[in-house]
Ligand binder design. Structure first.
Ligand SMILES: *Cc1c(COP(=O)(O)O)cnc(C)c1O
Ligand code: SF4
Length: 336
């Protein structure tokens, strides 16, 4: 008998890659052809939010370039641990809007369901660095009470899966979750906020595609990509495969990040490249001023000038909306 290892092996491949995403400072330095001690100690800057990046994302970095826009997003900095005025652990007040431990109901008609605390990469500008997010997560038990909440609030027409990154869940779990949601009559759309198709394109495997093709509730996938270099051939192929599903819309959000994408050229290249890949821009966020993210901060006046310059160069449909998140505001606030 021929052992049936083929499909199983393929299905678990991405999980192995996910498990391998924690690097030592030395391995990362070697891999990018820097001196072995170049990043010494940086893998110990924050033990709750370690140096974490997928092999595939590292493959898109330029060897020996300390200013590489992908490297800068994931490389820890000793100053992250300093308290700086104006930077807080929960600047947009999300913790106060938790209707339940893993449900945020802040905007009319939409709820954000936090389905996992885990991510494939640790982006150093993210609010996640300030909470022991991963370890505090008790996903399965709380799903039932979240479903109850959504069922009893008939005004909710869209459920947004967020986290962490919802796509780190195994496909069967995502499928179970979405099936349950799609049975709630007033839920018309399911949205997935994810960075995985960008940072771990291997995640879009046959099993996932089969599931997404079976879904008959419209799904909006909002990706998170900050720089054109993140979109290589492998990512483009993963997106093409996703787009063969009729019920799927793919958008992108990004964050204005100093030294990474705060030039007109970098922004226009990003939007053009997204279009090549079949993705339309959605939001361009001002950085939430979370503790540890100060080195990425672009002043709002500079961000407005940047966005105005983009407006001149890009067709309207390739111009993301420049927005900021403010505590207690009922929608993402246009910056100007
Ligand atoms: C961003 C966000 C949403 C979605 O907002 P859209 O403008 O529809 O993209 C929903 N709930 C919360 C809490 C959010 O932060
Ligand atoms: S939630 Fe998104 S931005 Fe934050 S660390 Fe995870 S992948 Fe990066």
């Amino acid at each position: 008998m021929i052992p049936r290892i083929g499909p199983k092996k393929q299905n678990t491949n991405w999980q192995k890659l996910l498990a391998d995403a924690n690097w030592t400072a030395e391995d990362l330095a070697n891999r990018l052809q820097f001196p072995a001690d170049k990043f010494q100690g940086l893998d110990r800057v924050n033990k709750h939010f370690r140096l974490r990046v997928t092999e595939s994302f590292v493959n898109r970095m330029e060897l020996g370039n300390i200013n590489d826009p992908l490297l800068l997003q994931i490389l820890p900095d000793p100053d992250e641990q300093k308290n700086l005025p104006g930077f807080h652990s929960d600047p947009v007040g999300d913790l106060t809007y938790r209707s339940q431990a893993n449900l945020l109901h802040k905007y009319q008609g939409r709820v954000l369901l936090l389905v996992t605390g885990a991510c494939a990469i640790h982006c150093r500008y993210c609010f996640r660095q300030n909470f022991p997010y991963e370890s505090s997560f008790r996903q399965n038990k709380q799903w039932q009470s979240s479903f109850e909440y959504i069922r009893s609030h008939k005004g909710i027409s869209e459920v947004i899966l967020s986290g962490g990154d919802p796509l780190v869940l195994e496909t069967y779990k995502l499928a179970t979750l979405c099936e349950e949601l799609s049975h709630i009559p007033h839920v018309k759309r399911i949205r997935i906020h994810t960075r995985l198709p960008i940072v771990l394109p291997e995640r879009i495997d046959n099993e996932f595609l089969e599931w997404i093709h079976r879904m008959d509730t419209p799904i909006i996938m909002v990706l998170h990509c900050n720089h054109a270099n993140e979109l290589d051939q492998q990512v483009q192929l993963a997106i093409e495969r996703l787009k063969s599903s009729n019920y799927l819309t793919i958008l992108n959000q990004s964050v204005v990040l100093k030294g990474i994408n705060d030039t007109v050229a970098a922004q226009c290249q990003l939007q053009e490249r997204l279009f090549d890949c079949g993705i339309l821009p959605y939001y361009l966020h001002l950085l939430d001023k979370v503790s540890g993210s100060a080195r990425f901060h672009v002043k709002r006046d500079a961000a407005i000038l940047l966005h105005e310059a983009m407006r001149k160069q890009l067709p309207g449909y390739l111009l993301p909306r420049l927005v900021e998140e403010q505590a207690s505001h009922p929608y993402k606030l246009p910056v100007y």
